[in-house]
Design a protein around this ligand. Structure first.
Ligand code: DON
Length: 569
């Protein structure tokens, strides 16, 4: 019997096989529920999949801290949410510890050592997006496993305990949701085209809601990681399997690339908003660390609150702010270990004030007229999860394969999908990537360089205390969704639920289009069109997860746009 999906209700009631409890946990992978919101006092996890959120909470209950729970949740997502949860991709972690320390861990993929600037251009200089977006030539050196071990430095429980639920889920299988069945079916052709060893995701006759997905090879890979640490991925049998896959499919990742991969702890970006708020977010190669402070500073002195949520005036102001920031993104942003990026200037009050002179409160801007600022010299699949623990630690992680199911190539014999993150580089100046973002020299491909990202895991403090943990997938819409969610809560006094689920909008300078979600009010669209905006409706913008902490109460909310689930106790 299958029940229809509704928020906070049991969605799967499938007894396709005898109910089996995962070892060490009381999690039932054959019967689980989507829960959109939880209010609790001890700790909470919100992620894209009910089983992953449950795994995280189990770890908290066992005495693990937010890092332990986040590691276990990420690993579980790599099994139960294969479109984006991953061990073959990369991402970013932002954390605010109970002792006040801020942490930013960069486990973004990097270009292989044999990558070069023009590797996706044909003999005539034309871009070959089929190569930057599919198959293993599109794959950056994966960072996720290095990231998990960098996080585990701050955890309390042994890694072996944190990875075991994922191993059990892979080995014994779990029932798939209607959403998972649908997306797996959409990608059947790609899985067949981009794999020479047929992966477990291919199913004759297609997938149905309630089918059990068992991933034995992935379980073996996870066991090698459990037993050998990061070397269980970057060296030995898993590395051999990755390199063999490269040979079969014309990829260029070598044993040396894998062995040399390092996650990097960076200084988190920390800035104030008005008197009470401090925002902690991810620095480059996440563009969020530049765009979020720019956008927040651009609205800081504007009477946004008096305009009202999704009023014409508010949407106009926020759209123009997004346009201005994205113009700078295209020109200046890239991996600052490779190119000089004037971050300090771009986020300075003076620069931001100067940029706001281009804002006309009565008229839509025009991206032809609004270019990036002049700087003299300086003196759609990803997934997000948040955890808050009873010690007061906050952790916010966005991780990705880039497109849904990444490159669509599963490492033969190792059972995990490889990313197609190379497409996040500017493969040719001025040519948009799969999210329509243009870039230039700063984000050109170079060996071992990290590609620019939009992922913006963030923590907001209020009067120096944890207040919001926030993040989302969504390609270039990530930064604008995080911006809007924070503004909706801080400025428009919206509940986290409304801020997450209310219709979002997005402008990224180029194309010069204001994108809105289906439920975005028609009358506001019409008024904005009169002001000169070209408006286009698009699919869901983001899948935002929020944890709000106030007056000793924890409220965790998962986005209605997916199976996202909040759990806590
Ligand atoms: O790092 C980035 O900005 C992209 N690779 C993220 C992709 C993404 O969010 C797709 N999800 N919908």
């Amino acid at each position: 019997m299958i029940k229809k999906i509704t928020a906070c209700s049991t969605i799967f009631f499938l007894v396709a096989a005898p109910v089996l409890m995962l070892a060490q946990t009381a999690i039932n992978p054959y019967k689980y529920s989507v829960r959109k919101k939880i209010e609790c006092t001890h700790g909470a996890v919100v992620s894209a999949h009910p089983l992953a959120s449950q795994v995280g909470v189990q770890i908290l209950k066992k005495g693990g801290n937010a890092f332990d729970a986040a590691i276990a949740t990420q690993l579980a997502l790599a099994v139960v949410y294969p479109g984006a949860g991953n061990i073959g991709g990369g991402g970013f972690t932002v954390a605010h510890l109970a002792n006040g320390k801020n942490i930013a861990i960069d486990f973004r993929e990097k270009a292989p050592g044999n990558a070069n600037r023009d590797m996706y251009l044909d003999a005539n200089g034309n871009v070959q997006t089929n190569l930057s977006q599919n198959g293993t030539l599109s794959t950056g050196v994966p960072g996720t496993i290095a990231g998990l071990f960098a996080e585990s430095k701050y955890g309390k429980l042994p890694f072996k305990e944190l990875i075991q639920p994922a191993i059990d889920l892979a080995e014994k299988g779990y029932v798939i949701s209607e959403r998972e069945a649908r997306t797996l079916n959409e990608y059947q052709k790609d899985f067949m085209k981009y794999n020479s060893v047929t992966p477990v995701f291919v199913k004759k006759g297609g997938w149905k809601t309630g089918d059990t997905l068992v991933q034995k090879e992935l379980a073996k890979t996870l066991i090698r990681i459990r037993d050998n640490g990061a070397k269980g991925f970057y060296e030995g049998e898993t590395a051999d399997l990755i390199v063999n896959e490269m040979k079969r499919s014309k990829g260029i990742i070598t044993h040396e690339d894998l062995k040399n991969y390092q996650a990097i702890e960076r200084d988190a970006v920390v800035f104030n908003y008005k008197r009470d708020y401090t925002i902690v977010t991810m620095p480059l190669p996440s563009s969020g660390g530049v765009l979020l402070p720019q956008m927040m500073k651009m609205i800081e002195n504007q009477p946004l609150k008096s305009f009202g949520f999704e009023s014409v005036k508010a949407v106009h102001l926020m759209t123009e702010v997004e346009r201005l920031s994205y113009a700078d993104r295209a020109k200046y942003l890239g991996d600052k270990d490779f190119v000089k990026v004037p971050v300090k200037t771009l986020t300075s009050d003076e620069y931001v004030a100067e940029r706001m002179k281009l804002y006309n409160p009565d008229k839509a801007g025009n991206s032809k007229d609004i270019q990036s600022g002049i700087i003299q010299k300086e003196s759609e699949e990803t997934t997000h999860l948040n955890v808050y623990d009873n010690e007061g630690n906050c952790i916010s992680i966005t991780t990705t394969l880039n497109g849904e199911y990444g490159s669509a190539t599963v490492v033969g014999g190792a059972g995990f999908l490889l990313n197609n993150e190379m497409d996040d580089f500017s493969i040719k100046p001025g040519v948009p990537n799969m999210y329509g973002a243009v870039g230039g020299e700063a984000n050109a491909i170079a060996a071992n360089k990290r590609m620019l990202s939009s992922m913006t895991p963030s923590v907001v403090l209020k009067n120096e205390k944890p207040y919001l943990i926030v993040g989302t997938p969504g390609g270039t819409t990530i930064t604008t969704s995080v911006f809007q969610t924070i503004v909706d809560i801080i400025e428009f006094d919206m509940s986290p639920e409304d801020a997450v689920n209310a219709p979002k909008f997005h402008h990224q300078w180029l194309p010069d289009i204001l994108f809105v979600e289906k439920d975005f009010p028609m009358n506001v669209r019409e008024e904005l069109q009169k002001m000169g905006y070209q408006i286009k409706q698009r699919e869901a913008i983001g899948r935002t997860e929020v944890i709000k902490i106030s007056d000793g109460k924890i409220i965790a909310v998962g986005d209605k746009r997916g199976d996202d689930t909040a759990e806590g106790f």
